[in-house]
Design a protein around this ligand. Structure first.
Ligand SMILES: Cc1cc2nc3c(=O)[nH]c(=O)nc-3n(C[C@H](O)[C@H](O)[C@H](O)COP(=O)(O)OP(=O)(O)OC[C@H]3O[C@@H](n4cnc5c(N)ncnc54)[C@H](O)[C@@H]3O)c2cc1C
Length: 304
C-alpha cells in the first residue's frame, strides 16, 4: 500500500501519530473550484463530516486512520453550505455539505426529510454529518435515501469541465457503490417543490437514537376528490438499493382512496420481488420483510 507524504506545493497539513502508523495527507481547498482542481489531478478521498469515513477507516491499534489516498476536506466549502429555493423552476437546492442539523433548522426543507433526520444518529453526529456524505456513503440503510427517493431528488455531480444531474434512484448502484466518478464531487441535491397532502415516514431500529435502520419506509401522496393523483413509496434497508417501483405507483394512481385496502394484496405482490432483505446483526430477513409490508399497509390505509 502506498503511504502518501506531504508535498510542498499543497495547502496541506498532516495528521501524524506518535505511535507510528499511516501518514495522512490532508488537503483543505478554500473554494469549490480549487477542490475540483485538486480532484482532477489525482485520486483523493472527499471528506465532509467524516462520520462515516472515520468509522470505516478506524484503526483499533490507536494509530491514525488509514487513508490510502490524500484526504480532500470539503465539509466547509461555502458553495456546498447553501440552501436556496430557485423560484423560477421551483427547485429547492441543498448544498452537499449542509449538515443534518442545518437541514432540521431550515424552514424550506420538506418535513418528510426532517422526520428521517430527527431519528438519525445523535445531535453531536448530526452537527457534523452532511446530506452529501449520507448519499455518497451509499449504504442500503442510509436514512435520507427513502425520503429523497419519494421527493424525486436529483443530484448535481461536478468536475472541472462539466456538471451533470442524476436522479437519486439511478445514482446508487449497490452497497457502498454509486455513479460518482473519481474526478467529481456531489455539489448539490435538488428537490422539486411540490405540495403533497399526505406523507408518512417510519424508521424501525433497535432504539430511538444512534441506531441504524432495520427497515425504513417513506410514502408521499397527492389526492384530489378522494382520488390518488400522485403516490410514491420507498423502502430502505431491505435490498442492496432503496426499493421503489414505478409500476406499482402507476397501478395506484387514479384509484379512489376507498379502494386501497382491497388492492393491498395485489400491491404487496408487486413489491414481493424487490424486497430482498438479508439476515444480519441488526435484524432478520423475515422480520424486515414482514415490517415492510405492515408499514405499506399502514401508509395505504391512513391515506386521506
Ligand atoms: C454513531 C453514528 C450513528 C449513525 N447513525 C446513522 C443513522 O441513524 N442513519 C444513517 O443513515 N447514518 C448514520 N450514521 C452514518 C453517518 O453519520 C451518515 O451517513 C452521515 O450523513 C455521513 O455524512 P458525512 O458528512 O459524515 O460523510 P463522510 O464520512 O465525510 O463521507 C461519507 C462518504 O461520502 C463521500 N463524500 C462525502 N461528501 C461527498 C461529496 N460532496 N461528494 C462526493 N463524495 C462525498 C466520502 O468520500 C465518503 O466515501 C451514523 C454514524 C455514526 C458514527
Amino acid at each position: 500500500m502506498p503511504v502518501y507524504r506531504l508535498r510542498d506545493d499543497r495547502r496541506s497539513n498532516s495528521i501524524g501519530s506518535r505511535k507510528g502508523g499511516w501518514v495522512v495527507v490532508t488537503i483543505t481547498p478554500k473554494t469549490l473550484d480549487e477542490a475540483l482542481e485538486f480532484r482532477s489531478k489525482e485520486r483523493m478521498i472527499p471528506f465532509a463530516g467524516g462520520t462515516d469515513l472515520m468509522v470505516r477507516r478506524r484503526s483499533w491499534s490507536g494509530t491514525s486512520p488509514h487513508f490510502e489516498y490524500p484526504v480532500l476536506f470539503i465539509g466547509k466549502l461555502p458553495e456546498l453550505k447553501k440552501i436556496a429555493v430557485a423560484a423560477e423552476d421551483n427547485i429547492l437546492a441543498i448544498g452537499a455539505g449542509v449538515s443534518l442539523t442545518e437541514l432540521l433548522e431550515h424552514p424550506e426543507v420538506p418535513e418528510i426529510l426532517k422526520q428521517a433526520i430527527r431519528v438519525m444518529a445523535s445531535p453531536a453526529i448530526r452537527n457534523l454529518a452532511t446530506l452529501g456524505g449520507n448519499i455518497c456513503n451509499s449504504s442500503p440503510a442510509a436514512d435520507t435515501l427513502p425520503p429523497l427517493t419519494v421527493l424525486s431528488a436529483t443530484l448535481v455531480l461536478q468536475n472541472t469541465a462539466s456538471r451533470r444531474e442524476v436522479p437519486v434512484v439511478e445514482f446508487i448502484k449497490g452497497p457502498g457503490h454509486n455513479d460518482l466518478k473519481t474526478d467529481e464531487l456531489l455539489t448539490a441535491i435538488h428537490i422539486p417543490v411540490v405540495k403533497n397532502n399526505f406523507y408518512f415516514y417510519k424508521k424501525v431500529g433497535t432504539r430511538k437514537a444512534d441506531a441504524l435502520s432495520k427497515v425504513s419506509f417513506a410514502g408521499l401522496a397527492q389526492t384530489s376528490d378522494e382520488i390518488i393523483t400522485e403516490i410514491k413509496i420507498a423502502i430502505g434497508a431491505v435490498a442492496p438499493r432503496v426499493v421503489s417501483s414505478v409500476e406499482a405507483e402507476a397501478f395506484l394512481k387514479g384509484k379512489p382512496i376507498s379502494d386501497l385496502p382491497k388492492l393491498l394484496p395485489e400491491l404487496k405482490q408487486m413489491y414481493e420481488e424487490y424486497i430482498r432483505p438479508i439476515d444480519d446483526q441488526r435484524s432478520s430477513a423475515a422480520y424486515r420483510k414482514e415490517v415492510s409490508f405492515r408499514l405499506m399497509e399502514h401508509f395505504i390505509t391512513q391515506l386521506k
